[in-house]
Design a protein around this ligand. Structure first.
Ligand code: SIN
Length: 187
């Protein structure tokens, strides 16, 4: 099942009239920046943790065999590290389409390594969206990611690219690295 969030996101007016805004990426937006941006900088947001708990019927799986992609769940006290992009509000239009399978724009403070803080946007697939899969035992999750394949390619590439990108940024994410380990060892 999926639910197209494009229209809901395009009704959001929060950054209308701004020359640019910061978008925080924590999943494929870290390693697949196929959109126009003015600059990009590593950043983090607070109170959220990354989880492979969102089903993908349109990118990394199919309706018959959905894959799993990243979303964020509330985690008081946690920091989620990723990449921030300064974009123009016009760039949100194609991004809303890319993130249409359940993700909603959320306004949140972004924290940069130099101590700067800016209000920005992050796309989050909340627990109440139709494609939210929720927790699964790690081994089953890794097996599903190993086998799923969609129009954007194998589900395993999403996970492996994300793990490499986080390693490059110098950030440990136990959930992602444990799934990567299982995928690479076939366990
Ligand atoms: C993100 O990367 O910030 C959102 C989820 C995704 O597109 O993979």
């Amino acid at each position: 099942m999926s639910f197209d969030t494009t229209t809901l996101n395009q009704q959001m007016t929060h950054f209308d009239g701004h020359d640019s805004l910061w978008l925080f990426g924590y999943g494929s937006l870290i390693w697949k920046a196929d959109f126009a941006y003015l600059e990009r900088r590593p950043a983090h947001i607070l109170g959220w943790a990354r989880r492979f708990w969102q089903a993908s019927h349109d990118h990394r799986g199919t309706p018959e065999s959905p894959g799993r992609v990243a979303t964020l769940i509330r985690a008081p006290g946690a920091a989620c590290h990723g990449m921030a992009y300064r974009i123009t509000p016009q760039t949100l239009k194609p991004l809303d389409v890319r993130e249409k399978n359940g993700y909603l724009r959320v306004v949140t403070p972004l924290y940069f390594d130099d101590g700067a803080r800016h209000e920005g946007l992050v796309y989050i697939a909340r627990e109440d969206n139709a494609a939210f899969a929720g927790p699964e035992p790690e081994a089953a999750l890794a097996r599903r990611i190993a086998s799923a394949h969609g129009p954007s390619g194998p589900n395993r590439d999403y996970l492996l690219n994300l793990a490499s990108a986080l390693r490059e940024l110098g950030h440990d994410d136990p959930h992602i690295f444990a799934l990567e380990e299982r995928l690479l060892t076939g366990e």
